[in-house]
Design a protein around this ligand. Structure first.
Ligand code: NYM
Length: 210
């Protein structure tokens, strides 16, 4: 099911702290849906392959510096430059997206930037049909093989990011306890994603309003 219907695809976003398991779970969910014959692609933000993405990547690796507001706008620009997103969805492709505007706001707000200011450049982007938050305590995340040494990968900062994520939760969010065994998280994700793909058939694509 999924390959033969003519409806639009779903925009499904995974969010969570660094090392919350998003990448592994995105990969698992993607191959599960592909196995079901679903028209689906895996995306991630930042997309480090674009020109803007390379600037972000250098910043995260501490190879370059930007003012907090400048890097915030670059992360946002990196979403705006993916104009293919809407066409993909309307063409019937479901997108499983690792991070989106919520990462943008939560990470920048954790630095002390005003939350409304952080939200502003995200307004008008395609709105997700479902946001799945993998809830993991920062202490647990560190235990998982530790952080890779990129910017932001410190426990105190991650705690602040977690608080901001919490304040962003709305009706499109589902929270999964990311400390559960991988198979259990995977099972819950599958169910949420399958339901979302079916339910969004009749719904129009919307834009982030905030
Ligand atoms: N990040 C990610 C932001 O600060 N703002 C954003 O808009 C996005 C999409 O970049 N620590 C941060 C969160 C991560 C880092 O992400 C790189 P990843 O998923 O490790 O590639």
């Amino acid at each position: 099911n999924g390959s033969s219907n003519s409806g639009r695809g779903a925009l499904i976003v995974l969010e969570g702290l660094d090392r919350s398991g998003k990448s592994s779970q995105c990969a698992r969910l993607l191959s599960f849906l592909q196995g079901k014959g679903c028209q689906v692609e895996g995306w991630r933000f930042p997309d480090r392959a674009t020109g803007v993405g390379q600037m972000i990547s250098a910043y995260l690796a501490n190879e370059s510096q930007f003012d907090d507001r400048t890097i915030h706008l670059l992360f946002s620009a990196n979403r705006w430059e993916k104009t293919l997103m809407e066409r993909k969805l309307l063409g019937g492709t479901t997108l499983i997206v690792n991070r989106y505007s919520y990462s943008g706001v939560a990470f920048s707000a954790a630095k002390g930037l005003d939350i409304q200011w952080c939200k502003a450049p995200e307004v008008g982007l395609v709105a997700p049909d479902l946001v799945i938050y993998l809830d993991v305590q920062p202490e647990k995340a560190v235990e998982r093989g530790g952080y890779g040494g990129e910017r932001y990968e410190r426990i105190g900062f991650q705690k602040k990011v977690g608080e901001h994520y919490h304040s962003l939760r709305d009706s499109t969010w589902k929270v999964i306890n990311g400390s559960l065994p991988m198979e259990s998280v995977e099972e819950q994700l599958r169910e949420l994603a399958m339901n979302c793909i079916l339910e969004c058939q009749g719904k129009q694509l919307a834009n982030l309003a905030w």
